[in-house]
Design a protein around this ligand. Structure first.
Ligand SMILES: Nc1ncnc2c1ncn2[C@@H]1O[C@H](COP(=O)(O)OP(=O)(O)O)[C@@H](O)[C@H]1O
Ligand SMILES: [Mg+2]
Length: 238
């Protein structure tokens, strides 16, 4: 059996003395798109921040492409191809779309391929190509999210982790973003995505995991993210 591209084993972390993840374990297998779902405040963002080196693990292990990356810096982890697009799309308001994207090509090796990568980003997000010279502050919420994801792609990830990319978007833009993420997956980039909408995840990902109180509570097979079960878990109707 091939080693998972990402393997999180018995991860414990938190803030101050307060634990948030209580021994969380999950894997992203080769070729799969994994979706995470679960109530607010239960540690999904904390998991992503710890996996990408922004928060420190208290105990447990994180392996990426067979290597132990626990304790590496965010820059070292990104260099290895694990790129995190954070929740909430904060961009530099005065910078152009193009310049913002170029920030995502964070190392000399990534910058060497920058122009070609940028063309691929524009192919996935044609709206950004049209607005390449526009300042980020003039963009809509959906367009900013596209820049944030585009910026992540400029880092040439093997695994792109997306934290609630459609938060606050209209259904139309949400659909547009879903199609774009689908196109990214088709280019061979694997994704790990947090999203509150089960239908969104069911259409985009091959497996889904429900996270509650800092642990994995349920693992769903491809396409079986059942609406009734989800409602039961969200609202405690068990
Ligand atoms: N910077 C922080 N300092 C202290 N507590 C935090 C911080 N960020 C998140 N938390 C707490 O950690 C818990 C998990 O938050 P988070 O990982 O953001 O959950 P989710 O992404 O699932 O909504 C929450 O109780 C939240 O209040
Ligand atoms: Mg969150």
């Amino acid at each position: 059996m091939p080693e998972p591209i990402l393997n999180v084993d018995d991860l414990v972390t938190g803030y101050g003395r307060q634990p948030v993840l209580h021994g969380l374990s999950l894997s992203v297998l080769e070729g799969e798109a994994l979706g995470l779902i679960g109530p607010n405040g239960h540690g999904k963002t904390t998991l992503f921040r710890t996996v990408s080196g922004l928060n420190r693990a208290w105990s447990g292990q994180i392996r990426f492409m067979g290597e132990d990356i626990t304790g590496l810096s965010a820059a070292q982890i990104a260099e290895r191809g694990l790129v995190h697009v954070p929740q909430g799309n904060r961009l530099f308001p005065q910078m152009s779309v193009e310049d913002c994207l170029d920030l995502g090509a964070f190392s000399p090796a990534k910058r060497d391929n920058g122009a070609a990568t940028r063309d691929r980003v524009f192919a996935i997000f044609p709206r950004l190509a049209e607005r390449r010279k526009q300042r980020c502050r003039t963009l809509s919420g959906g367009e900013r999210q596209m820049v944030a994801i585009g910026c992540g792609l400029m880092g040439q990830p093997k695994l792109l982790i997306l934290d609630e990319p459609t938060l606050g978007l209209s259904p139309r833009l949400k659909g547009e973003l879903r199609d774009a993420i689908g196109a990214i997956i088709e280019t061979g980039v694997q994704v790990l995505i947090v999203e509150q909408d089960p239908e969104f995840l069911r259409r985009l990902t091959t497996r889904q995991v429900y996270i509650e109180e800092g642990r994995v509570r349920e693992d769903f097979d491809a396409g079986s993210l059942e609406h009734d079960k989800m409602m039961e878990m969200y609202f405690g109707l068990r």
